[in-house]
Design a protein. Structure first.
Length: 236
């Protein structure tokens, strides 16, 4: 194993330690010493959607998070590959100005072109009630593990059979374990026990070479829709 491989492995370990330390230590700076916020209920959510892929990759991965500006234009394709995820979340006993934090875990199934399971663990930062409206914005960061290598996260140089077009630029070789990043828009009241609905970008990422060769990097994007239900009865 060469020096580059050792550094790459070490960087993965450092990133994992950083994520775990943030999850465990962040709430300890709050006024209380609870890990979870005591008056915040457990919440479950269900979401699903289709994979999307941009045709104008240029020199980046077709599934780069930074290509999401093209999601709603003619350069985006939705493939016959879908995901459905079931997850749980609970707010942590820590707040930084207007930011609320939560811990989330998800387990789901891919079907269509891809057929595998996926598990995600992430730390979520949320801005609630934007403009005094029941509208909320969240970003989440964590890790994602696929039960086998996701087919659509790869790309072949030459004629790409999956995308049915010629790619003269690069090859992509992904990994089962990648970084996880999500961006979510949610609507509904946190003051009631009624369900809330949300739109989420579900993104697996190679983090600019941390998990796979860069350029072009690797990853996948899913445009998903979901519903979230607070389980208030658990705390009674």
């Amino acid at each position: 194993m060469n020096i580059y491989s050792n550094l790459k492995q070490a960087s993965k370990i450092i990133l994992l330690i950083f994520l775990i330390s943030n999850l465990l230590l962040f709430p300890l700076h709050a006024k209380k010493t609870y890990f979870f916020k005591q008056d915040a209920p457990y919440e479950i959510h269900l979401f699903g959607g289709n994979t999307l892929d941009q045709t104008n990759y240029y020199a980046m991965s077709p599934n780069s998070f930074w290509n999401l500006g093209n999601v709603f234009n003619s350069n985006t394709r939705f493939y016959n590959s879908r995901i459905i995820m079931l997850g749980a979340t609970r707010e942590l006993d820590y707040k930084m100005r207007f930011l609320n934090f939560a811990l989330e875990a998800d387990l789901g199934k891919h079907y269509g072109i891809m057929n595998h399971w996926e598990a995600d663990l992430l730390f979520v930062a949320k801005i609630k009630n934007i403009g005094d409206l029941p509208f909320h914005f969240s970003m989440g960061e964590g890790i994602s593990y696929a039960s086998k290598t996701p087919t659509l996260e790869n790309a072949s140089k030459g004629y790409d059979l999956l995308r049915r077009r010629t790619n003269y630029t690069f090859e992509i070789e992904t990994r089962p374990l990648l970084n996880y990043l999500m961006m979510e828009f949610e609507f509904g009241s946190y003051e009631s026990s009624y369900p809330r609905i949300f739109l989420r970008i579900h993104h697996r990422s190679g983090v600019f070479g941390l998990y796979c060769d860069f350029p072009p990097g690797c990853g996948s994007n899913y445009l998903t829709y979901g519903i979230r239900l607070p389980l208030n009865f658990i705390d009674r």
